[in-house]
Ligand binder design. Structure first.
Ligand code: FAD
Length: 399
C-alpha cells in the first residue's frame, strides 16, 4: 500500500516535494490556505543546487522560457541616472540578477502544473495535528479529519500550523519591511534592475518582467514590528507617508498602490534548532527562511524539497528520513543565512554620510578590477548556492 503524506502550502517548496513524492509512489495531498495558486511576488532566483533540482525535474527549459528579461543591476541616483552597473549572471550561481530568474507566481504555477498527480485542496488549512507515533490525525477548518503517515508544513516564514508542533519557534526579525507591486511600464523603463537607496533607511527599485509591466519594490528599515498585519489601506498609507519626499520613480509607484497587486511583508529569518517533531516536518521558508536579502530562499526551498523527498522515499520511518534531511541540508542553510556584514541595514543607508559611503562601495564593487580585488562584487552578488553536493536518489526522473 502506498504511503500517504499531507503537505501544507502550494507555493515553491510544497509542489516541488509533491512532484517528487508522487513520482516515488506516495499518495500526496497538498492543502493551500488561499483558493488558488498565488500570483504575487517578484523576481526570484534559481541558483546552484536549486537549478540542479529544476534540471532533474526536467523544468529548466520551462523556467528559462519564463525569464523576466532582466539583464543586470544598476544603482541609480535620485534622477534615475546609473552610478554603478553590475552584469547579470552567466552561470548557475552568480550575479545579482541570476541567469535563471523568474516571477514567483509564474514559477509556482509551473510547479503546480508539474505536480498534478497530487491531490490539491485549495481554500482550507490545518487546525489540529495529533501524532500518535504511527501516523498523524489532521483536522481542517473546512474538510473532514484525515490520517496521514507524515505531514510537511511548507507554509512560508509566518507559518501558523508550525505553532501546533513547535510553539517555541521564534523568528529572527531583520527590522525591514518590503512592499512589492506591479506597475505600468513606461517608455523610460529599461531591462535593468534599477535600485535607488533613498536615505533614511529606504530603498526603491524597479525591475522588468515578461508581462509588459514593471515590478516595483519599496523597502524600509523600522524598529516597529507588526505593520504587515495591517489592512491594505493602512499599509498603503504607511508607504505613502514613508516615501512622500522621494524623487525619481516614487510618485508613480505610490500612485499605483491600490491596483490590486501589492504584497507587503516583514522580513525575517527562521533559525530553528530542529526541523521536525515526530512525523511532522517543516520545509522551505517555514523551516529555514534566509530572507529575500539572501537571494537564496527559492534555492533552499527547491533543494530542501528534493532532499526531503529522496530521504522519505528511502526510509520506512519518516522520522529517520527527517533526521537525514536535516543532516544533508543544514550546511547549505547555515551558509545561506549568513548575510553580508551589516545587511540589510547597510543597503538601506540612513544618514547622508552612510548614503555617500554606500554609493562609493557600489561604485568600487562595480569596477571590474576593484570589485574583484576588494571582494565586494562577489560578497554581494554571488550567494553560496553550491555549498553542498546534492545526493542522487533512486526516484525516477520525470518523462
Ligand atoms: C505571495 C508571495 C509573494 C512572494 N514574493 C517574493 C518576492 O517578491 N521575492 C522573494 O524573494 N520572495 C518572495 N516570496 C517568498 C518566496 O516564495 C520564498 O522565499 C521561497 O520561494 C520559499 O518558498 P516556500 O514555498 O517555502 O514558502 P512561500 O513562498 O512563502 O509559500 C508558502 C505557501 O503556504 C501558504 N500558506 C501559508 N499559511 C498556510 C496555512 N496555514 N495553510 C495552508 N497554506 C498556507 C501560502 O499561501 C503560500 O502559498 C513570496 C512568497 C509569497 C507567498
Amino acid at each position: 500500500m502506498s504511503r500517504s503524506i499531507l503537505i501544507s502550502g502550494a507555493s515553491i517548496a510544497g509542489p516541488t516535494l509533491a512532484s517528487w513524492l508522487s513520482r516515488a509512489g506516495w499518495a500526496v495531498t497538498v492543502v493551500e490556505r488561499f483558493d488558488h495558486v498565488r500570483e504575487q511576488g517578484q523576481n526570484i532566483d534559481v541558483r546552484g543546487v536549486g537549478r540542479q533540482v529544476i534540471r532533474r525535474m526536467g523544468l529548466e527549459d520551462a523556467v528559462r522560457a519564463a525569464h523576466t528579461g532582466e539583464t543586470g543591476t544598476d544603482f541609480v541616483d535620485e534622477h534615475g541616472r546609473a552610478i554603478a552597473a553590475f552584469a547579470g549572471g552567466t552561470d548557475d550561481t552568480s550575479g545579482g540578477t541570476a541567469e535563471l530568474e523568474i516571477l514567483r507566481g509564474q514559477f509556482a504555477k509551473i510547479l503546480h502544473a508539474h505536480s498534478k498527480d497530487a491531490e490539491y485542496v485549495f481554500g482550507d488549512q490545518i487546525t489540529a495535528l495529533h501524532d500518535d507515533g504511527a501516523g498523524v490525525d489532521v483536522e481542517f477548518r473546512q474538510g473532514s479529519p484525515r490520517r496521514f503517515d507524515a505531514v510537511v508544513l511548507a507554509e512560508g516564514l509566518r507559518s501558523r500550523s508550525r505553532a501546533l508542533v513547535m510553539p517555541d519557534a521564534r523568528i529572527d526579525e531583520l527590522g525591514l519591511y518590503n512592499a512589492f507591486l506591479a506597475i505600468s511600464r513606461t517608455g523610460d523603463d529599461t531591462d535593468r534592475w534599477r535600485v535607488l537607496p533613498c536615505g533614511r533607511g529606504r530603498l526603491l527599485s524597479l525591475r522588468p518582467d515578461n508581462l509588459g509591466t514593471i515590478q516595483a519594490s519599496l523597502s524600509f528599515t523600522s524598529d516597529v514590528r507588526g505593520l504587515d498585519r495591517l489592512g491594505h489601506d493602512d499599509v498603503a498609507a504607511v508607504l505613502r507617508a514613508t516615501f512622500a519626499d522621494v524623487g525619481w520613480a516614487a510618485p508613480r509607484v505610490l500612485a499605483e498602490l491600490d491596483n490590486g497587486s501589492l504584497y507587503f511583508e516583514d522580513i525575517g529569518q527562521a533559525k530553528l534548532a530542529e526541523w521536525s517533531r515526530g512525523r511532522v516536518a517543516l520545509l522551505g521558508d517555514a523551516a529555514y527562511c534566509a530572507s529575500p536579502v539572501s537571494g537564496m530562499g527559492t534555492t533552499l526551498a527547491l533543494a530542501g524539497a528534493y532532499v526531503l523527498a529522496g530521504e522519505l522515499a528511502g526510509h520506512d520511518d519518516p522520522r529517520d528520513a527527517f533526521a537525514r534531511y536535516e543532516q544533508v541540508l543544514r550546511p547549505l542553510v547555515t551558509k545561506a543565512q549568513q548575510l553580508p556584514p551589516g545587511a540589510p541595514q547597510i543597503a538601506h543607508p540612513r544618514s547622508r554620510l552612510q548614503l555617500a559611503a554606500f554609493r562609493t562601495a557600489v561604485r568600487v564593487g562595480s569596477s571590474p578590477l576593484l570589485g574583484r580585488v576588494s571582494g565586494l562584487a562577489g560578497r554581494f552578488m554571488t550567494p553560496p548556492a553550491e555549498a553542498i553536493t546534492l545526493p542522487e536518489y533512486p526516484i525516477p526522473a520525470p518523462a
